[in-house]
Design a protein around this ligand. Structure first.
Ligand SMILES: [Zn+2]
Length: 313
């Protein structure tokens, strides 16, 4: 599989950002070798904002949701420990040393960058207008929102108006990850694969597509481009309810259980989570659309964002 390289590259970059960089930052805090309290403070603020940045923006279903919490807890322990090491230091450092001044400038610039990104993510927790109120369409598991929310930094769909507020959902295993392995090429190794999708509302089926083959996970090469473009949603169902079209995409061929024109009740099975269409790995894509524009959705009255968990029975 020639196309596995970019994915492996992406996972390496993510491992570096989520694991290696925090460890390096925390070791520096632990050692507490700072010239002044001011330099310690600026460094700690920068590492803190980086940790919050990872907490909101990181894709923690790859390495484990538990790690998301652990990194945050570790930051507080390290920051507290280093405080006791530096509290006797002078407030200011050697102002004439250019390396000292440069380090302060660097901490400030990075703090501003991570701070602004956190604000952008936070802005995605809110929305205007009335949402369409739905029932969560999956059962018996802990489901994780990979993309979701009202800002592009936490939801890439928001770059496309019809898909604004769309969600990509996966399911977590007991280790807090979405698959057995980081980038397996078998559908069955993804926890959510084959899960039954239940109608999130009572309405009428306005579109039901079945029979399209599934993609090999992470195979994004040129050979697949035409299929991806033509059949972006793969095997999918659209249900009209509350005046809004709800689209659920990427189902297993042969699993679509409803037909166009059919009425459906909330909770009726409609298909199974698969990997057909323009998708890199098995997941449920769901969005609501009215007149070509995305509509915010709530499930059990919750507006889901990246890293939201849904404990479904
Ligand atoms: Zn999607």
């Amino acid at each position: 599989m020639g196309e596995a390289i970019p994915m492996n590259m992406m996972i390496l970059i993510m491992a570096f950002a989520y694991v290696i960089v925090p460890i390096l930052f925390f070791i520096e805090l632990w050692r507490g070798k700072f010239v002044s309290r001011r330099s310690w403070l600026l460094y700690t603020v920068m590492v803190g904002l980086f940790t919050i940045y990872l907490f909101f923006i990181g894709h923690w279903d790859f390495f484990s949701y538990y790690l998301r919490i652990m990194v945050m807890v570790l930051f507080f322990i390290m920051a507290l420990r280093s405080y006791f090491k530096v509290k006797h230091l002078p407030r200011r450092g050697p102002r004439k040393r250019w390396r000292y001044r440069l380090s302060l400038l660097l901490y400030t610039v990075l703090s501003a960058y991570f701070g602004l990104a956190v604000l952008a993510a936070w802005s995605g927790y809110f929305y205007d207008g009335k949402p369409v109120r739905l029932q969560f369409p999956l059962k018996d598991g802990v489901y994780y929102t990979g993309h979701g929310g009202n800002a592009t930094v936490i939801n890439y769909h928001n770059a496309y108006p019809p898909q604004a507020f769309a969600l990509d959902i996966v399911r977590l295993n007991r280790f807090g990850t979405r698959a057995a392995g980081l980038a397996p090429d078998e559908w069955e190794r993804f926890v959510i694969y084959g899960d039954v999708i239940y109608s999130p509302c009572t309405g009428k089926v306005t579109e039901a597509k079945d029979g399209l083959k599934q993609m090999v996970p992470f195979e994004m090469g040129e050979k697949t481009q035409e299929y991806r473009k033509k059949h972006a949603a793969g095997n999918h169902v659209i249900i009209r309810c509350q005046g809004v079209d709800i689209l659920m995409a990427h189902m297993i061929p042969g699993s679509v259980a409803v037909k166009k024109g059919e009425p459906v009740e909330v909770g009726d099975p409609i298909g199974k989570v698969g990997n057909s269409g323009n998708t890199s790995e098995p997941h449920l894509h769901i969005h609501a659309e009215r007149d070509g524009k995305g509509v915010p959705m709530t499930f059990e009255d919750r507006f889901l964002k990246r890293n939201s968990l849904m404990f479904s029975e």
